[in-house]
Design a protein around this ligand. Structure first.
Ligand code: HEC
Length: 378
């Protein structure tokens, strides 16, 4: 008959507890457990218990990552393929954030529930503690039950070797008669339930919507407090943003005393023209085309045609006019103020001037060397 023998001992220090556990493990005992009122570093190892949590977390993370990538791939490439801005249907860089998040989420959840499960919330047979009495609660203990101890004698020998030899103060119940741990008490699930219910209660307590629904004014919402019924308050008159005084009116408006300026307010350099050309080709050429004659691609597709820059009126227009057109728009042409900085507006205006000159130069105005070059090219 396979009889169960058990042994229970109490130690006054946790070092003794660990030593006892180690020796029992070396002696071949596997079904044992140790209890202490505080966490004892190394006890789990000494009892031969493996911590499977890291592996579980790794598996959780892999499952989350593969699952997320699969869902994205399935949704984007198989079940509902949409062409978004020419992006490939299976575009892995776009899938990375969600994959990463699900790896973290699943690994985190596994760690949370795994450590709850690992924490031995099922305290095992209670009788072990009942035998230990009140002293069990005071100091470090080891509880060893030799479920598969070959015999009562083997257990007795172990007891002598490790516990008595160490002048263990208390030794309880030896053998099956006094307490077969497996048989004496049902597992204590009540405590687990208690922990989960407590966590649930705390989470539910956190579910108060006051913070989301507090009486606050969202920027563009309606208001019954202000007379104009808008929560957004107008900027007080004469407000100047920091660094935004813009006292140099010629530079910022292209005007002095209400008339367009005729001279560039910035220094004319090759760099300025190069910048102007680059910006013009990006911002303006789609309508005005690169030569400024007003046949850009957008116009060819139906946008109203702008006048050519090479008509006499615009050739004679002061440079401030071009700055003003970019700043405030002109007729059907919309303003570019939000897209082109004042510095760049002047660069573009200077470049438009250069474009105009390039189309309307008299050969006699060129230097002899340039005339020579022109002649060669023709
Ligand atoms: C979406 C097309 C479009 C873009 C982009 C565009 N324009 Fe225009 N532009 C027009 C049209 C159309 C007109 C004619 C507006 C009118 O007469 O109602 C015009 C007119 C002008 C005029 C002539 C104003 C006058 O006195 O007749 C200038 C100068 C000008 N644009 C400069 C620019 C500059 C500089 C840019 C780039 C920063 C630019 N435009 C970008 C469509 C465009």
């Amino acid at each position: 008959m396979n009889k169960t023998y058990g042994l229970l001992a109490e130690f006054s220090t946790h070092e003794e507890l660990i030593h006892a556990a180690e020796e029992a493990y070396t002696a071949g005992f596997r079904k044992m457990d140790g209890y202490a009122p505080f966490a004892v570093e190394g006890l789990a190892e000494a009892l031969g218990k493996k911590n499977r949590l890291p592996l579980l977390v790794l598996i959780g993370g892999i499952v989350g990552g593969v699952g997320a990538y699969f869902m994205e791939w399935y949704a984007n490439a198989i079940s509902y393929p949409i062409n978004i801005g020419g992006r490939p249907i299976h575009s892995w860089p776009a899938f990375i954030p969600i994959t990463f998040e699900l790896i973290v989420l699943c690994a985190g959840l596994t760690a949370f529930f795994g450590s709850l499960g690992n924490a031995r919330l099922f305290a095992g047979p209670r009788s072990a503690f009942d035998q230990g009495g009140a002293g069990m609660r005071k100091c470090a203990h080891v509880v060893i039950w030799g479920a598969h101890a070959p015999s009562r004698a083997a257990l007795g020998a172990l007891a002598k070797r490790i516990f008595v030899a160490r002048s263990c103060p208390k030794l309880f119940g030896e053998g099956a008669e006094k307490g077969t741990p497996g048989a004496c008490a049902p597992r204590n699930y009540g405590r687990t339930l208690y922990v989960f219910v407590s966590i649930f209660c705390v989470m539910v307590l956190g579910c108060r919507p006051d913070m989301a629904n507090q009486p606050k004014a969202k920027p563009l919402s309606e208001s019954d407090f202000f007379s104009n019924q808008a929560n957004a308050r107008p900027i007080p008159p004469h407000t100047v943003e920091r660094g935004g005084a813009r006292e140099n009116t010629a530079f910022y408006t292209g005007l002095t005393n209400g008339t367009y300026i005729t001279q560039l307010p910035v220094k004319l350099t090759p760099e300025l023209l190069a910048r102007g050309r680059e910006r013009f080709d990006v911002m303006c050429a789609e309508c005005h085309d690169r030569t400024g004659s007003g046949n850009g691609m957008v116009v060819q597709r139906g946008f109203p045609q702008p006048p050519s820059y090479h008509v006499p009126r615009l050739r004679n227009a002061p440079i401030g006019h071009f700055f003003d057109v970019i700043t405030n728009g002109y007729g059907v042409m919309y303003s570019f103020a939000t897209r082109v900085d004042p510095e760049d507006r002047w660069a573009i205006a200077a470049y438009i001037r250069a474009l105009q000159l390039s189309h309307n130069m008299k050969a006699s105005e060129l230097t002899p060397a340039e005339q020579q070059k022109l002649g060669n090219e023709q």
